[in-house]
Design a protein around this ligand. Sequence first.
Ligand SMILES: NC(=O)c1ccc[n+]([C@@H]2O[C@H](COP(=O)([O-])OP(=O)(O)OC[C@H]3O[C@@H](n4cnc5c(N)ncnc54)[C@H](O)[C@@H]3O)[C@@H](O)[C@H]2O)c1
Length: 248
Amino acid sequence: MSRLKDKVAVITGSGMGLGQAMGLLFSREGAKIVVSDINTAAGEETVGAIRLEGGDAIFVRADVSVAEDAERMIAAAVDSYGCVNVLVNNAGVQVEKNVPDTTEEEWDYVLGVNLKGPFLCSRAAIPQMRRRGGGSIICISSISGLVGQPNQASYNASKHGVIGLVRTMACDHAQEGIRVNAICPGSMNTPMAANIPEEHLAPYRKANLFERFAEPMEVAYSALFLASDESSYVTGSVMTVDGGYTTK
Ligand SMILES: NC(=O)c1ccc[n+]([C@@H]2O[C@H](COP(=O)([O-])OP(=O)(O)OC[C@H]3O[C@@H](n4cnc5c(N)ncnc54)[C@H](O)[C@@H]3O)[C@@H](O)[C@H]2O)c1
């Protein structure tokens, strides 16, 4: 189990859900993990779970939408482990509304976490990756970054934006050895989905070819590939892990 041996991975929003699954999986593959989240109790829980399995992890409380927090998170990774090899921009929030119903505050909140967050965290991490001759940035977009869906105005805009950001960062930093890729999961069994009423979820359950939601670990494995050197020729890619949702 050494696909990420000696790598340092910073994972935002890793207190629960997909972020936690990636933290556990990356640790099992030999990475040192910087667990970061706005929720301290959740983040500490992930660190505890990693250490229980014999892994090495620290927690840094950071709001990805705040520049100083993003800078502090990356600085803490460098202070503790010497470098940053992998950044996963995973933290995300959702407001289920169409444009007329969305308040300006809701729009700014969703875009702030989902799109400005990856910008700020990548901006903080890229100089550190450059210093070491490269790295891997993975941004968690969504099927909502690929297609239109009802009542997802701010969320879909943010997730489409993430793909644009990934593609342009891939162009800008390939020559520095920094690879940048997006993952577009379909619906997953995480606390995010658990907070949505079942009548809103039901159509999505039937809309993929397996007629079920993904377990977060099923998506985490695709991130493991993109984080590892196995994906050395992969950059600017948009990987759907959606049970065929966008194929139908
Ligand atoms: N759950 C799904 O069905 C689904 C589908 C496609 C894509 N996604 C995306 O996958 C990613 C992970 O989603 P999840 O389902 O695990 O979500 P989740 O709500 O279960 O977990 C998200 C984590 O992000 C943290 N967070 C929220 N705001 C933050 C902020 N400002 N700064 C730092 N951390 C913050 C939360 O505290 C939480 O620990 C998100 O980007 C989400 O948009 C989720």
